[in-house]
Design a protein around this ligand. Sequence first.
Ligand SMILES: [Zn+2]
Length: 685
Amino acid sequence: MNGPIAAVDPQPQTTDSESDRGSGVAAPPVRFRSDLQATATYHQGRRYWLVRDPLARQVVRLSESDYQQLQRLDEADPGLVAEAAEQQLLQGVPQTRRESARPSFNPFYIRLPGVDADRLLCWLVPHARWLFGKRAVLFWMAIVGLAAAIVLTQIRQFTHALPSFHAFFGPQNWLPLALTIVGTKVVHELAHGVVCRQFGARCPEIGVLLLCGTPCMYCDVTDSWSLPSRWQRVAVMLAGVYVEAILAAVATLIWWSARVGPVYYGCMNVMFVCGVSTLLFNLNPLMRFDGYYVLSDLVNVPNLRSQAAAAWRSVIVAPLAGDAFRNASPRRPRGARWLVLFHAASTAWRWMAVVAIACWVIAVAETARLLPFGYLAACGLMAAAIVPMFRKMISVARGDDAWMGVNRVRRLILTGAAVALFVVMLVVPLPRRIAATGIVDYADATTLYVRSEGRVDRVDVEFGDRVDNGQPIIQLESPELLNEQIQLVSQSAEASLRVASLRRRALSNPGLLEQWDSQQATAEGLQQRVEYLARQVDQLAIQSTAEGIVLPMIDPDRAAKISLRELRGQHLVEGTKICRIGDPEQLEVVLELDAHTRALIDTGSRVRIRFDQNGIGVVESRVDSISEIRRGDGSAAVGNVETFRIICKLPSTTTPLAGTRVGAHVTVPAETIVQRLARAWRETF
Ligand SMILES: [Zn+2]
């Protein structure tokens, strides 16, 4: 999951150390750090300096004029100096900033010392031509395109074949999933290293880091920043995603043609890990993984995140905090408006990701019946996100750093407002909606089944015909049944004759009474069989049991696809659904939901139904009825899932085709985050 440079401390910017301002120690002169390694590079004919920080394993890019100014600090622009101090390029910086140069201990991010893997990578470069050669790239991109085309053209069968959340994230899949993650991430990091080496840049270190306690591999390719071509640098950054895309594509192709078994499930894990996680994390520029560095290089804004934070401070915070803050802050970067948007988007994304991961952890814990641990982990995760924010607010209220010169009342008002905003988020009810998928069906339609099997001899009506109750629909014929009936009728007649003659003879010979009794029982048995067969023969004629229009079934495995007449001559087994009788104008939507949401849904709950095709758009409806909870058939899933169905009537103005698949959102009672947590707590203990 981690990018090469993502493997530097994720929060080097936070200057959250204890304030020991004014301690009176004679400060050494502030100057450019002597341990930094600077290399010149050219972009669009201009010279830039790549300054590599060997301690933080971070590269900062400086323009020629900024670099020259930083060499003679007493003449430098104060904004630039503040920025350089923030990026930890200076030594002898007084008070708080000096401390932050030492990376603070972060239990969620522990980087173990790595090894020099240059020899391994040098050996791998010629052996990986089939992956990273020019022609190889074209070939593999074609394979990825093929897999994507298969998924997109057959999206319905594809989503149908995917297992449910509970099945996929259940404990039985934890070990395979973990092994898949570790394996693919090793390949991912090696790919970065190999491509980096292929272009001639060194990769000084490969090792293991513990991300939230999970061992991940890292590969330090910060030297790739010294590569002269931007496209080479981008290629190094994208190498990991590239091999993951290949893995995902190959897994998809195998999965698509494999039978259910270990290979099938293994491929599914690879598809998930390489496909979904790559799109959500690695390529996403809002998190500091590969996509971030690619974007940063493409828009030519080095240190995109700190530049965006600086832009946020100068555009949003400075007008609120006043001139004193502005003067003590790094200068306003170029393109500040876009950077502000980027900062807002990436902050929002980080919070969403924290909340989503917390919810996901709870849901996964639920599948393992370890819900208390899930809540514990989720609370820890939330705390890890919230605590730094509060520390930041405390430092603002106290007037640390750039806030030093800001009026005290103003600082308190600003922190108060921020805290109030946070509290409101916890207290104000948030609307909540549950996503579901379903199908359009005819409302209150009666289904006609085959009740005694046979071959279709005659079809009397067609889809769309109006029929009355009792009107013949289909006539089946069954020579076997008729044969059996004829034989049984004659056997039964013979038995009756024998009984009658025995009775006559028994009048004169009482010794025959016993025989008469048993013959009578046999005759009665035969008579019952005859009546049963007569019913069976009657049922060969399928009649309408209601009044209405003949409608097709919407099951995917229905007997008659387009026309009832196509059934003629077919052999239909007992239980086959033939058609339905109902009103084609009366439609309803049947939604299937996970059993754990049952308590939240009531009849009358609002439902927004989304029609993707046929231009209907979104339709508002309400829950009309709710079924019992039942176990799903689990046809394609790893295990069975409990679900229930809700039915929503469609307004008569909406006329989609029956059988149309829809997505829907069911509105459930609004709750604040606190209430939601409290309810979850009550349900657990
Ligand atoms: Zn990567």
